[in-house]
Design a protein around this ligand. Structure first.
Ligand SMILES: [Mg+2]
Length: 215
């Protein structure tokens, strides 16, 4: 199944590389509870991912330092992720993170674990005691998501690589449907099961390593 140019691996961050969704953790702890109404509208498809993110994070109270301290106490990176990166390095497989989360905690968690990897996500600007979100990786053609994960696979596709994708959420459906191999859990798994699309169920990067060692 491997193309001449080989594989390239794109992974979601929250709930995929981390054990829990860090953005959701922060909203539960620090946001005005109106965020749950916004989330409900998103679940009922009344709001796009991008609009949801913008509205939810505007309800977040707390400075950068306070949020980072909380992340440090409660967020955990999958311990299998670093061994996974080593495997990809040995195999010459490029890896990038494509995320609908926020830059400040992703950068912090990766730095804390000494993980050097390209990541593409939304940007948080701490201003006047609140957070404003900007979308440096959005698409000009589609306003569904903050970060257009599909667009971030384009260069690899043009190189003729086979795309491997790992994710757990609604924002992973679009890029995963265009990937060649999909590792799925959570909402992404439910969608792939419902639509009867090829996928590999996974719990953590240990499962991904076991599968990739057979390739
Ligand atoms: Mg996720």
């Amino acid at each position: 199944m491997r193309s001449r140019e080989g594989f390239a691996f794109a992974s979601d961050f929250d709930g995929t590389i981390t054990e829990k969704d860090v953005a959701a953790m922060l909203l539960h702890e620090f946001a005005d509870e109106k965020w749950l109404d916004v989330e409900e509208d998103f679940r009922n498809r009344k709001l796009s991912c991008r609009e949801t993110l913008k509205r939810e994070f505007e309800l977040l109270q707390g400075g950068r330092q306070q949020l980072i301290e909380y992340v440090d106490r409660h967020a955990r990176i999958d311990p299998n992720f670093k061994p996974f990166l080593s495997l990809c390095e040995r195999r010459g497989i490029p890896v990038r993170i494509v995320s609908e989360g926020l830059d400040f905690y992703i950068e912090h968690l990766l730095g804390k674990h000494g993980i050097e990897i390209d990541f593409f996500t939304n940007r948080a600007h701490f201003e006047n005691g609140g957070i404003r979100i900007s979308f440096p990786n959005s698409s000009e053609e589609c306003d569904d998501c903050g970060t257009c994960k599909l667009q971030l696979l384009k260069d690899w596709k043009e190189e003729g690589r086979d795309i491997v994708y790992a994710g757990d959420g609604v924002s992973d459906i679009c890029p995963a449907e265009s990937a060649d191999v999909v590792f799925a859990k959570g909402d992404l798994l439910s969608h792939f099961r419902k639509e009867r699309l090829d996928h590999i169920e996974f719990k953590d990067f240990g499962d991904i390593i076991s599968e990739m060692e057979r390739w």
